[in-house]
Design a protein around this ligand. Sequence first.
Ligand SMILES: NC(=O)C1=CN([C@@H]2O[C@H](COP(=O)(O)OP(=O)(O)OC[C@H]3O[C@@H](n4cnc5c(N)ncnc54)[C@H](OP(=O)(O)O)[C@@H]3O)[C@@H](O)[C@H]2O)[C@@H](O)CC1
Ligand SMILES: [K+]
Length: 632
Amino acid sequence: MDVVTAEEMRAFDRDTIERLGIPAIALMENAGRAIAEEVIALCRRRASEAGVPGGGMWGAGAGAAGGVVRNSEAGVPGSELGRDGAGVVGGEARHVGAGTARGGVWRNGAGISGAEVKWEGAGTTGGGMMRDGAEAAGDVAGALSGRGAPGFGADAAGFSVGGDAALTLAGAGGEHWLVLAGKGNNGGDGLAAARHLREAGIAVTLVYAAAPESLAGEAALQRDAAAAMGIPAVVYGKDALDLAACSGIVDALLGTGSAGAPRGAYAELIAAANASGRAIVSADIPSGLDADTGETHEPCIHASVTVCLAFLKRGLLQYPGAGAAGRVVVRSIGIPAALAREGGVQVSLLTPEVLTARLKVDLARRRSPEGHKGTYGHVLLAAGSLRMSGAGLLSARAALRAGCGLVTWALPEKLLPYVIGSVPELMLAPVTGGDGEWNAGTAAEVLRLSTSRDCTAIGPGLGRFEGDTEWLRRLWEETEGPMVIDADALNILADTDYRSWSRRHPVILTPHPGEMARLAGISTAEVQRDRIGLALSYAVQHGVILVLKGAHTVIATPEGLAYINITGHPGMGTGGAGDVLTGIISGLLAQGLEVDQAAAFGVYLHGLAGERAARKRDHPAALIAGDIIEAL
Ligand SMILES: NC(=O)C1=CN([C@@H]2O[C@H](COP(=O)(O)OP(=O)(O)OC[C@H]3O[C@@H](n4cnc5c(N)ncnc54)[C@H](OP(=O)(O)O)[C@@H]3O)[C@@H](O)[C@H]2O)[C@@H](O)CC1
Ligand SMILES: [K+]
C-alpha cells in the first residue's frame, strides 16, 4: 500500500482529471459516497455493540458515540495489546490475516482493514461491516424472493433482488449527523456524503465554516445539490449551533489543502467538535493534522474513523497524527493505484503484500530439506561488556531464533565465566581485555573472526572506550559482508563524520529516536517531528539502510525508498527489545536475505513476536525482551 504526501496527492488528482479525463466532480462523488458508507458502518457497529438491532442509537447513543473512541483508547475493544485503537484499513490487508499471527491483532480491531476487507469475511473488523451489510441485503432478497414461504426453498427461488447494502441503515431515523464543511474540496466531499446519508434515512444538518457563497468549483456544485435536496444548513457564527445535539459528526473542514494551524471559525468548530463527545468521522485527514509529518496543530480533530481518500497519507502513520486519526480506512475514489507507482512514490506501508511483491521476501521462510547449519549462515556479533553482557546474550539468542545456522559472540574475555553455558547453542570468542570492557586493540581479533562469517553485528552493550572511533572505522572498512550497527556503535558514528569512511558492503543502522538525534545532530523532538522524511534523507545522504525505531518503525534505503511497519505495540518499549531486533536482522542477513529485505522483514517479525508474546501475559506492559525471542 502506497503512502503519499499532500503534494503527491495533488499531482495524482490532477493527472486523473486532466490526463485521464475523469471529471473532478466524479472523484468528489466517490469520496462522498465512501465517507457516507463508513459513517453508516460506524452506526451499525455501535448499534451492535450496544445490543440495539439495526441501529437507533440516538439518545442512548450519546455515550456509545464517544465510547467508540474511549474504549479503543483504553485498549477495549481496540486490542488486548493496549494499542490506541489506531489501525489502518485498506485493500492489501486481506492478505494479513491468512496464516500469520497478525490475524490475532486484526481480530481485536487494531490492525488493518478496509474497503476490500469486505470480501475477506468473518473475524475482521471490516468483516463485521460486511456481515451487517450482507444480512441487510439478504433480508431484502429473502423477502422479495419469497424465501421462507411454504414450498419455496432458498435454492428454488429463481429471482432475487439485492439492495445497496453499504448505504442502508436499519433504524436510521434514530441518527442525526452534523456535517462540518470547509470551503475547499474537503468540504465538497462532506457535502456529497451528506446527500448519501440523507438518502439512507439519517437526519443531516450542514454546518458551513465559511459563508456558503465562498465555496467554488465542485464544492459549490455540492452546496447547490444539497440545498436543492432541502438538507438543512447553518453557518457557523451566524446561526445557533449545539454540536452535542447530534449522534455523530462528519469532519470535512480541512484536507490536504490546509496550511498551518486552523484559523478562526475552523479552529472553533474543531475545538467544539472534540468537546462534544460525539463520534467524529474525518474526511481524508483529521482537520488540523499536517498530512505529511503527522504533527497535530492546535486544535486538531480527534477522530473515531478517518476515511482516507485514494492513498494513505504519511501524516496518518506518524504520531501524534496516527493517534488523532482513530481507525483509518483507505477508500478508492477512482484515482488509479498505478499512478503512485508511475509517479515514483517512495513510501509503502509494510504489509505482507509489500514484503512479498515489492521486497520479494519469502514469508514462509522455506528451508531446504537437505539444508544443514552451514546453509543458514553464520553471524558474528561484537557486543557486551561487564555491565551490559545481557545485551549481547539477547542479540545472540534472537539471531539463533531468527533461523541462522550459527552465531559466534565476540566478547571481552573477562565476561566468559559469567555467560558460559547460559546459551549452550552459542559459540563464544573471547577477545583480549582484562577489565571486561572493549579496547581499541581488539579490532584485529574481530576482523580475523569476521573473515568466515556471513554478517557482522556490532554494538549492543558495547560501551564506549578509548580509541573506539578508529576501532569502528577499521571494522567498517575491512569486514566482508553486510554489517548491522546498533547502540553504542551508533554513538561512535555520531561523534565523527563517517561519510569519508570507505565501505564495499552494505550497512544497516538501527537507531532509536535518541540515537537518531545524535546521529543527525538534532533534538529528539525534531527527529519525531517527521520520522519518515528524516529517515529517507539520512539514508540517502549516508548511503545506509536506516531502521528508525519507535512506534511505526521506518525502514529507509539509500535508494530513497521507505517502509513503515505497524506490527508491535507500546509494551515493547522495554530494555533489550532493540538488542533483540539487531539479532533478528543479523540472523536473517546470515541466511542470505538482502539488506533491505532483512531490515524490513526483521522489523516486521520483531513486532509480530512482540504481539504474540504480549498475548501470553496479563498485560502488555509485563513484556520483557526475552519474551520476544521466545515468541519468534
Ligand atoms: N479534485 C481534487 O482535488 C480532489 C480533492 N479531494 C478532497 O479535497 C481535499 C483537498 O482540497 P483542497 O485542495 O481544496 O483543500 P482543503 O483541504 O479543502 O482546504 C482548503 C481550504 O481551506 C482553507 N484553509 C487552508 N488552511 C487553513 C487553515 N489553517 N485554517 C483555515 N482555513 C484554511 C483555504 O482557504 P484560504 O486560506 O485559501 O482562504 C481553502 O479554502 C482533499 O483532502 C480531499 O478531501 C478529493 O475529493 C479527491 C479529489
Ligand atoms: K477533514
